[in-house]
Design a protein around this ligand. Structure first.
Ligand code: S3P
Length: 438
């Protein structure tokens, strides 16, 4: 396949209104729970990006007759917790860690075997964090040498609930175990070291599955219940909105409203961090849609200053750091991030890849084992490599607003995993971006 590159001319401002695509985390979960429910689930605002389509195709491969997506609408005639059928081939999760980790939990409870595969990036990502606790629950999973994909999940195992303190703050691991817990005898109890996104918990409740939140860090589910089909309105993804929050903050003259954005407190770290840096972000028209808090976000240009990022905010902004690093590069003074070693095992090593890209644009960016130190300064134009990481590509696109020359970004095809319409939507609010094949 040819490479997709972005070229972004320098300068300009972001102005107008935008509804970025649906939330990726919520879209995945809506397909999974909708397929496993009894009765019909109707989803609107579904993210038609490659990651969520991988999840959708996997359930089709297991006999669920999903209609759509058609302009964000998906209709799922649920087959019930025990109604999936053995797929005829391995399930390809593409670039999507969420698909692989969450699916491994629910597949561990099936009567049939499955194999989960993915692309080169996914095949490098750590899977022991799910296979180890699932094995403790009674699952049988074979992995490649490093505990990585492909994963072969043996069916027909009897699962039993466990009490599991998560070694890393990971919503994917928590969700994987909650889904396995639906199939386990007794109680599956998970305690997090720090709060992480709670979409699975909220959505299980929306599907009528009882869940015990024993305290702020501990959630428990008892197997043997049932999910009842429902309607889900997926809000716009704050992780996709984040690029525009940063772009509007750094570009003089910007005034942008992002509509219907999910502002679940377990995802709001990017707003808090940018505000600590001096950003002017207003949260307007707060409301609730489908069990999730939603608002319109208005971002205007403001002078930013460097900060030491509070570690408590790291899990709440885990996907937004590539964009936050661009804000830090444009800020006056130094920004220091610690406690974020998880960034090294995302779609790329986001600490190293962002440090390399910022350095190529003339910014002093020093990677550390668990974070980065960025000295704000003058961004030059230049060429950066996204290493196939969608969020890295979109973050550097925003950097051009403040660079003194155009920025060329290589290897951008995976922007389709989370934000298929990024180029057109960005152009519509003033970013001088174009895509080209090479
Ligand atoms: C996600 C959880 C996060 C996040 C990922 C989506 C989810 O991963 O980075 O993009 O939907 O649960 P971790 O749980 O590994 O931190």
């Amino acid at each position: 396949m040819t490479d997709l590159n972005f070229t972004v001319e320098s300068g300009g401002a972001l102005r107008g209104r935008l509804r970025v695509p649906g939330d990726k985390s919520i879209s995945h979960r809506a397909i999974m729970l909708g397929a496993l429910a009894e009765g019909t689930t109707t989803i609107s605002g579904f993210l038609e990006g490659e990651d969520c389509l991988a999840t959708l195709r996997a359930f089709r491969g297991m006999g669920v007759r999903i209609a759509g997506p058609d302009q964000g609408k998906v209709v799922i005639p649920g087959v019930g917790l025990h109604g999936l059928r053995a797929p005829s081939e391995p399930l390809d999760m593409g670039n999507s860690g969420t698909s692989m980790r969450l699916m491994s939990g629910l597949l561990a409870g099936q009567a049939f075997d499955t194999v989960l595969t993915g692309d080169a990036s996914l095949a490098r990502r750590p899977m022991r964090r799910v296979t180890e606790p699932l094995t403790r629950m009674g699952a049988r999973i074979d992995s490649a040498g490093q505990g990585t994909a492909p994963l072969k999940i043996h069916g027909g195992q009897r699962l039993a609930g466990i009490d599991y303190p998560l070694p890393v703050a990971s919503a994917q691991v928590k969700s994987c175990l909650l889904l396995a817990g639906l199939y386990a005898s007794g109680v599956t109890r998970i305690t997090e070291p720090a709060p992480t996104r709670d979409h699975t918990e909220r959505m299980l409740a929306g599907f009528g599955y009882p869940l015990a939140r024993e305290n702020e860090r501990t959630v428990a589910v008892t197997g043997g219940g049932r999910l009842i089909g429902t309607e889900i309105d997926v809000p716009a993804d704050i992780s996709s909105a984040a690029f525009f929050l940063v772009g509007a903050s750094i570009a003089p003259g910007s005034d942008l409203v992002l509509e219907h954005v999910g502002v679940n407190p377990t995802r709001g770290g990017v707003i808090d961090i940018l505000r600590l840096m001096g950003a002017d972000i207003e949260i307007l028209n707060r409301r609730v849609a489908g069990g999730e808090p939603v608002a319109d976000l208005r971002a205007r240009h403001a002078p930013l200053h460097g900060i030491r990022i509070p570690e408590a905010l790291v899990p709440l902004a885990i996907d937004e750091f590539p964009a936050i690093f661009i804000a830090a590069a444009c800020a006056v003074g130094v920004t220091v991030l610690t406690g974020a070693e998880e960034l090294r095992v995302k779609e790329s090593d986001r600490i190293q890849v962002m440090a390399d890209g910022l350095t190529a644009l003339g910014i002093a960016a020093g990677p550390t084992s668990d974070g980065i130190v960025i000295q704000g300064g003058a961004l030059s134009g230049g060429a950066v490599d996204s290493h196939g990481d969608h969020r890295v590509a979109m973050s550097f696109a925003m950097a051009a607003l403040q660079a003194d020359g155009s920025i060329r970004i290589q290897d951008c095809r995976n922007v389709n995993t989370s934000f298929p319409d990024f180029v057109a939507q960005s152009q519509s609010v003033g970013l001088a971006i174009r895509a080209s094949e090479s």
